[in-house]
Write a protein that binds this ligand. Structure first.
Ligand code: NAP
Length: 309
């Protein structure tokens, strides 16, 4: 019998186990710490896969990350013949689309300014700017970046995207590669980071990028905390080069209690909740991938170890 070991949040694991019991009775699904016979485990679903666990799974065939990003995965500890697959599932996509749309609209309609004005008892309208007069730029046109751009389109924003490789996207002005970065930034009033964290993107939200944005631009970081140069953000907010930042991710998570971001009047912090793997939508995707593997078909969300995403 095929055996799956789920080693992540146990409460969510129970929902996965129920799904497999109903839809794949031929699969022996275990939720950690109930791991059954480790020698039978062919598929591991985990956020972290410690080397000692991997060493105890002699018949492991595929490692499934329980999240969308894999920057936390130590690839050196995973035998090269084991494919690593990330989570690409509708629950994660919908959550991210909701979060970024919320943040873009809140920035666009000056919600954070009104919150501050209300606290002062000030009834002070800000001139409303048409969505068509505002440009949203998305860094990373992958599964999430493209879904976000598609959902923002009906509001009428001007849209642009920046990607490693060229990518055609209707209604989106696309820029590619390092040489496309400065022209991309030059027109982005609201900058959204949806890049994976790699050696090439670490610290990318820094002084150079902020200086290339239009004065008063806002940023939304939903990628990883490591994308952001924190000192550069504070300096850009202080100088007025940036007006606001919405940060769902930080480095470290959580930030220390005395970190300036906590009480900064122009930073909104959320505790890495933009989107999360949803058992109801993730379990079917993982099962589909398991079946693909059994049939010898390409896996969805396969990580390219050389690229790191
Ligand atoms: P994805 O499908 O792998 O897309 C990544 C995109 O980034 C690709 O289009 C890729 O371009 C582009 N890219 C990579 N390196 C680049 C570089 N150096 N320069 C320019 N573009 C580059 O990933 P995804 O599913 O959209 O997820 C993106 C990230 O979102 C994840 O890695 C994770 O860190 C983050 N995330 C955050 C949360 C949260 O709750 N905050 C939740 C889920 C995911 P190519 O196609 O040309 O390679």
């Amino acid at each position: 019998m095929t055996s799956v070991l789920y080693r992540s949040d146990a409460a969510r694991g129970r929902a996965w186990a129920e799904y497999f019991a109903h839809h794949a009775p031929d699969v022996d699904f275990h939720v950690w710490p109930d791991h059954g016979d480790l020698a039978d485990v062919a598929y591991l679903v985990a956020w972290q896969a410690p080397p000692e666990l991997l060493a105890a799974l002699p018949n492991l065939k595929v490692l499934f990350s329980s999240g969308a990003g894999v920057d936390h995965v130590d690839f050196a500890a995973i035998p090269p013949h084991i494919p690593v697959v990330r989570m690409v599932e509708p629950g994660i996509i919908n959550g991210m689309v909701e979060y970024v749309t919320m943040a873009v609209l809140a920035l666009h309609r000056d919600l954070f300014d009104y919150q501050a004005r209300q606290a002062r008892g000030a009834w002070e309208p800000i001139e409303v700017r048409a969505a068509s007069a505002r440009c949203v730029g998305v860094m990373g046109m992958g599964v999430l970046g493209q879904a976000v751009l598609a959902r923002l389109a009906p509001f009428g924003f001007r849209l642009r995207g920046w990607n490693r490789s060229e990518r055609a996207s209707e209604g989106v002005e696309v820029f590619a590669g390092p040489e496309g970065l400065a022209p991309f930034l030059a027109g982005a009033d609201i900058l959204v980071c949806l890049l994976p964290l790699t050696d090439a993107t670490r610290g990318i939200l820094g002084a150079e990028v902020f200086a290339a944005l239009p004065r008063g631009a806002a940023i939304i970081n939903v990628g990883r905390g490591g994308h952001l140069d924190q000192a550069a953000l504070l300096a850009a907010l202080e100088s007025g080069q940036l007006s606001r930042a919405v940060l769902d991710v930080t480095d470290p998570e959580p930030l220390p209690a005395d970190h300036p971001f906590w009480r900064h009047p122009r930073i909104l912090l959320t505790p890495h909740v933009a989107s999360m793997t949803q058992p109801e939508t993730a379990a079917p995707v993982m099962l589909e991938n398991l079946r693909r593997h059994q049939r010898g078909e390409p896996l969805l969300g396969l990580i390219d170890r050389d690229r790191g995403y």
